[in-house]
Design a protein around this ligand. Structure first.
Ligand SMILES: [Zn+2]
Length: 223
């Protein structure tokens, strides 16, 4: 069995994204602190230029550390740390301890609608022979149906595309949609954080609370 390390950072770990209004040296420092705290090699930290799409890439030690135009990364190599950065979007981690395969996925609204979790799971199954019974998925702190209000048109689209159960007035349930997509594939080992980034307080950056906020992260490594 492979040993998998994963964690979700909080605001006390600081902003981890270069693309928001923050100094590069602050982000560098926060990432270095994180590497020390969790004992991973910062030279092998892989992250994405996340674009709210559904492109999922398989990466190796030879890949660039910043993967362009991408919202999901998968690897089966040990000691590579995959990172997804969020503030309200769903930081989603996949792992198969048996085959030793991990993934980090940025499941925001668009990527959820474009079924990025299904694409990731299928890649794990088709490219690495993962079995659905072995795939575990964790949806981290993110904006939940209590706070995720959209316009009427979008609410109607969600109703039509995914089902009435994922819409309450103009509030939508992205976690529920992702869970349903995974369950359709036969993946049942799904853990969903019930922490809402918008209304739970100060622990996690929330774009809907403060547009100029930083990004927290989900990290995953095969040890
Ligand atoms: Zn909420």
């Amino acid at each position: 069995m492979n040993k998998i390390f994963y964690t979700f950072t909080t605001n006390s770990d600081g902003n981890l994204a270069y693309h928001v209004a923050d100094l590069k040296e602050n982000v560098d420092k926060n990432r270095e602190k994180l590497a020390l705290k969790y004992d991973f090699d910062i030279e092998n930290l892989f992250y994405m230029n996340q674009v709210h799409g559904n492109n999922v890439e398989i990466i190796t030690r030879e890949s660039p550390r910043l993967i362009d135009n991408c919202d999901g990364i998968i690897t089966n190599e040990k000691n590579l740390t995959l990172m997804v950065m969020v503030a309200d979007c769903i930081p989603t981690l996949f792992f198969d301890k048996n085959k030793g395969v991990i993934a980090a996925v940025h499941a925001g609204r668009n990527s959820t609608f474009q079924k990025i979790v299904e694409i990731t799971a299928k890649k794990m199954i088709n490219e690495f022979n993962c079995e659905v019974k072995d795939i575990e998925v964790i949806l981290g702190p993110s904006i939940q149906k209590c706070c995720y209000e959209v316009n009427e048109e979008l609410a109607q689209i969600v109703k039509k595309s995914f089902g009435e159960e994922f819409v309450n007035g103009r509030f939508i349930d992205l976690q529920g949609i992702n869970k349903m997509l995974l369950e359709k594939l036969g993946i049942l080992n799904i853990t969903i954080s019930n922490t809402c980034t918008k209304c739970s307080g100060e622990e996690y950056y929330s774009y809907r609370v403060y547009k100029k906020c930083g990004r927290f992260s989900a990290l995953i490594t095969i040890k």
